[in-house]
Each structure stands twice: as C-alpha cells, then as structure tokens.
Write a protein that binds this ligand. Structure first.
Ligand code: 1PX
Length: 213
C-alpha cells in the first residue's frame, strides 16, 4: 500500500506531455504542475536544496497569482500570456522596473532550468551504473544554466550538487520502477520535455524575449 502511494516522478514528467495541445500551445496549468512536482522531488533529496526550492516556489507563486487574478483568461497558455503581456506593455524589456515580475520573465527563468533538466536526464539515462550524479548534474548545469547565474549562485549550486546520491539511489528516489524501467520511461518523457523547450524557445525568440532582465 505504502509503495503505491510513494511519490513518483513518472506523473511529474507526464505534466510536460499533457501541457502540450494538438495546436502546439502550452497549457500553463499543467506546465506549472510539472514544476511543482519537480520541486517536491528536489525537496525530498534534502534541505541542502532549500535555497533553490525557495526561489522556484517564489516564481511558481508569481505565476499562480496571475492564473487566479483578474486577467486569468490571458494566462491559460504560454502563447496567450506572451501576447497579452506584450500587447499591454507589461514586460520590462531592458531593465527591471515596475514589471519586474512579469509572467514572461518568470517563465523564462524556469525555461532555462528546463534545458538543464533535459541535459541532466539525458546524461542520467545513458550513464554507467557507478556514475556520480553530482558530476552529471554539474556538467549539465555548466552547459546550460550557469551562464545565467551570478558567481555566488553558481558556487552555492555546485556545492549543493555534491549532496546528490549515486545514480542507483537517485533512480530509487525517482520511484520510476527498476533502473531499466526508469531509463525506458525517461526515453518516453524526454521528447516531450524537448518539445516544450523548443516551442518556448521559438516563441521567446520571435518576440525577442530570450534575454529579459
Ligand atoms: C530527475 C531530476 C529532477 C530534479 C528536478 C529538480 C528541479 C527543481 C526545480 C528547480 C527550479 C529552480 C529555479 C531557479 C530559477 C533561477 O534560475 N533563478 C535564479 C535567477 O532568478 P532571478 O529572479 O534573480 O533572475 C536565481 O538567482 C536562483 C537562485 C537559486 C539557485 C538556482 C540554481 C538552479 C539549479 C537548478 C538545478 C536544480 C538541481 C536539483 C538537483 C536535483
């Protein structure tokens, strides 16, 4: 009984499939559910990650406030959000000012983390049994997110990564079945993560939003 109720990353990763509509829109509700699940999983790995969790939860909260606010209909999809915020000049494009917490810049921060997640899961999938998760995680971080972070954040993140368990224990924590099953499930989930990443990247590129302050 306890086994079936244990937190599993399978459903979390599935949110990045269900957030995609047939038209290629990204449903923010499911997208944010995916992040909430990832944060929950990260919290289960230890308090050393709480400074990351705090920042992530703050960003999710910003988005949830928009989703229940007076313009909630504009925040159903990523595409409608970008259109609405751009048309109504609700995005700080050059420097952080009164629109410092726009949906566009908040999602951009998460979008950059999605690239890290993609790289990390790809590495985890093909790594050998005795691989160090901390090394895989640090490599993925250096190849994606690190360039967007300040020196102090990079240092703190790299130190926290040392606390990650071995690949075997990590798969155990993910609770996606045996290592072989987990690898297979990652193979199914990763194309959806990539698709969500690519759609967001292209949308942001079209609107010149990839460097929002
Ligand atoms: C199967 C693996 C699953 C593990 C998933 C764990 C992902 C949890 C979600 C993390 C979300 C982090 C959001 C960080 C956003 C960010 O880049 N914020 C920075 C910039 O924000 P600002 O508003 O100032 O422009 C901010 O400076 C960040 C501060 C905290 C440190 C962020 C480090 C991010 C490392 C992401 C990798 C998480 C590693 C977890 C290991 C399992």
């Amino acid at each position: 009984m306890a086994e079936t109720q244990r937190f599993s990353l399978t459903e979390v990763l599935d949110s990045f499939r269900t957030c995609l509509t047939d038209q290629g829109d990204i449903l923010l509700e499911h997208y944010l559910n995916g992040w909430k699940g990832l944060i929950k999983f990260m919290n289960s790995l230890g308090s050393v990650f709480s400074f990351i969790s705090k920042d992530a939860v703050g960003k999710i909260q910003i988005m949830e406030n928009y989703r229940i606010g007076e313009s909630s209909q504009q925040y159903l999809t990523l595409q409608s959000m970008v259109k609405y915020e751009m048309e109504n000049k609700l995005v700080d494009l050059v420097q952080r000012s009164e629109n410092w917490d726009s949906g566009c810049r908040t999602i951009l921060r998460l979008h950059r983390v999605l690239r890290w997640l993609q790289l990390f899961l790809e590495k985890l999938q093909i790594a050998s049994e005795d691989s160090k998760t901390s090394v895989l995680c640090t490599e993925a971080y250096n190849d994606s997110l690190a360039c967007h972070h300040t020196w102090i954040v990079r240092k703190a993140a790299t130190v926290a990564f040392y606390a990650l368990p071995t690949r075997v224990a990590f798969f155990e924590a993910m609770n996606m079945g045996t290592t072989e099953e987990a690898v297979a499930k990652l193979g199914v989930a990763l194309p959806f993560l990539s698709k969500v990443f690519d759609i967001t990247e292209e949308l942001y590129r079209q609107h010149n939003l990839l460097d929002l302050p």
